[in-house]
Design a protein around this ligand. Structure first.
Ligand code: NDP
Length: 341
């Protein structure tokens, strides 16, 4: 079977590409870097064919795709395309001929100067652009969109007894709180569901919380940076509680959401919601020699944790990797890639 993964250079997408190749799929992967270094990938035989059309074969920076083209099965079954979220029709030829489409590409930054241009447009227009390409191709059976818990629990409802898939973030709440990334994901998911309903597209969303675990890509992504920020000499940690989940579980859930015929709707993915004080304690226990922050940056009571239902993702066969293991895998990986001094 042939599948497409958008934003293949990313943290989650790289792991997803790896799993898909391991499962025998042919993967058409989109990347956006416009630089024109390459040739190397072609020479290595990592790319076999040049595809016509707008989503043309990508000849970009080999450093950003080296980890992908080195994956087992890549030489035979991975095809890289250049496609831009904001360019209409850009994904037509990437998606064409695919049974399944995994749309993961979306900017994940917390600092932004221009939320509309940097986050909201690529998230919302990009998602609609990809979904629109899917409707043009008769081969596409299902689309799996990487949404986020940011599109689930950012509203004023009390988070008891547990947050679940029936929850939706409130765009006004996100706007008022200046949570621009959360707003981008909330608006993108809402637009996606409206589009899918209108066009009769079989769509499933995966809604993970902070994703950690081993990195495949050479660059540092925002959620792994949340762990790194506790390690490189910070004196304090923010008064924050986050939901955490391992990238291997998230990537597996994506493939399951495509492969399990009865998969439907949304899937919240949180192993546990844990305050950073507890994350620091786990780090201290695992790595007594690391220089870790000693106290919270403010004196207020700790931001409370809450529960997120695991029932629906269990129906996909996900048995969550425990947070302590995920933290350990993240640190080992950050160390191996030279991010920890
Ligand atoms: P990464 O930053 O590692 O990857 C993001 C991907 O999106 C990259 O391939 C990036 O391409 C691509 N991208 C970003 N902006 C654009 C743009 N304007 N045009 C085209 N491509 C773009 O992030 P993650 O792997 O962490 O995130 C992947 C998806 O998962 C996103 O949809 C994110 O919202 C979602 N998610 C992530 C969570 C996490 O904790 N990591 C939690 C919940 C959801 P390039 O390499 O060229 O920059």
């Amino acid at each position: 079977k042939v599948v497409c993964v958008t934003g293949a250079t990313g943290f989650i997408a790289s792991r997803l590409v790896m799993i898909l190749l391991n499962r025998g799929y042919t993967v058409k992967a989109s990347v956006r870097d416009p630089s024109t270094v390459l040739i190397e990938n072609l020479q290595r035989g990592a790319i076999k064919a040049v595809y016509p059309g707008r989503g043309s074969l990508w000849n970009g920076d080999p450093k950003k795709t080296q980890h992908l083209v080195s994956l087992r099965g890549a030489k035979e079954r991975l095809h890289l395309f250049k496609a831009d979220l904001l360019e209409e029709g850009s994904f037509d030829s990437v998606v064409d001929g695919c049974d399944g489409v995994f749309h993961t590409a979306s900017p994940f930054y917390l600092d932004t100067k221009d939320p509309q241009a940097e986050l909201i447009d690529p998230a919302v227009k990009g998602t609609l652009n990809v979904l629109n390409s899917c409707t043009k191709s008769s081969s596409v059976k299902r689309v799996v969109v990487t949404s986020s818990m940011a599109a689930v629990y950012n509203n004023v409802k009390p988070r008891t007894p547990a947050v679940d898939e029936t929850w939706f973030s409130d765009p006004e709440f996100c706007k008022d709180s200046k949570m621009w990334y959360a707003l981008s994901k909330t608006m993108a998911e809402e637009a996606a569901w409206n589009f899918a309903k209108e066009k009769g597209l079989d769509m499933v969303t995966i809604n993970p919380s902070m994703v950690i675990g081993p990195l495949l890509q050479p660059t540092l992504n925002t959620s792994a940076a949340a762990i790194l920020s506790l390690i490189n000499g910070a004196k304090t940690f923010p008064n924050m509680s986050y939901g955490w989940v391992n990238v291997k579980d998230v990537a597996n859930a994506h493939t399951q959401a495509f492969e399990v015929p009865s998969a439907n709707g949304r899937y919240c993915m949180v192993e546990s919601v844990t305050h950073l004080s507890e994350v620091v304690s786990i780090l201290r226990e695992l790595y007594p020699n690391l220089q870790l922050p000693e106290r919270c940056e403010d004196e207020n009571p700790h931001v409370p944790t809450f529960k997120v239902s695991k029932e629906k993702t269990r129906s996909l066969g996900i048995d969550y990797i425990r947070l302590k293991v995920s933290i350990k895998e993240t640190v080992e990986s950050l160390r191996e890639k030279g991010f920890i001094h």
